[in-house]
Design a protein around this ligand. Sequence first.
Ligand SMILES: Nc1ncnc2c1ncn2[C@@H]1O[C@H](COP(=O)(O)OP(=O)(O)O)[C@@H](O)[C@H]1O
Ligand SMILES: [Mg+2]
Length: 242
Amino acid sequence: MALVEFRGVSYEISGKPILSDVSLGVEAGETLVLLGRSGSGKTTALKMINGMLFPTRGEVLVDGRPTTEWDPIRLRRRIGYVIQEVGLFPHFTVGDNVGLVPKLEGWSATDIERRVNLLLEKVGMPPGEFRSRYPRQLSGGQRQRVGVARALAADPPVLLFDEPFGALDPVMRWELQQQFLNLRRDFQKTSIFVTHDVREALLLGSNIALLAGGRLDVIAPPQEFRRARSEEARAFLGCLDN
Ligand SMILES: Nc1ncnc2c1ncn2[C@@H]1O[C@H](COP(=O)(O)OP(=O)(O)O)[C@@H](O)[C@H]1O
Ligand SMILES: [Mg+2]
């Protein structure tokens, strides 16, 4: 069974279609990349998974249950969310930011500390050096690593990434992409990853869904996606030649 499923999902804002009849499934352990130009509806689709938005038509199911039937807080606790601006709390230390959701979930202080230390290690930020720092004392790439650690903290089965590495320089971006692959190997999470970068899509996706003007244009694993013939797919794949 798909862990996340879109069934004929449309979304309109004052009569303007933003998503049109999107159907797709994300299996456990898979990384589905949502690829598309700016404005194609990627963020809108992502926000429907954790119940920040609800379909105008159709339904989004998480664990087989429509998002409209989930208690919103329980739903969001099952879903880690990583965005470009990170959204760390500036007055919380790195350790407190990462440990926030486990704390809300009522974990013991010892368990929280163990988890925070493990995750900071995993994202390449030695806890002895970093856990007491504040977000402003970190580089952009380090803040993004903390954002990833925080999303993983309470061990949610589903992770959403909205162009998390878009603002980083190319070297940092590469490092974080490699780290994403390592974390996927270690934690076996189900992820939905938004990007407008076809290279990133091919590197990270086990499946790639190309959105064009709010419609699902192509959905295919990377090797097959490379051979996709739609106009939009060719426009993206053309970027690989130079
Ligand atoms: N709150 C809103 N009101 C009106 N239009 C919106 C709103 N949110 C998004 N849109 C429009 O919906 C389309 C898709 O937006 P979005 O999902 O953010 O695209 P993407 O993440 O692919 O760049 C865009 O044309 C955007 O302008
Ligand atoms: Mg977006």
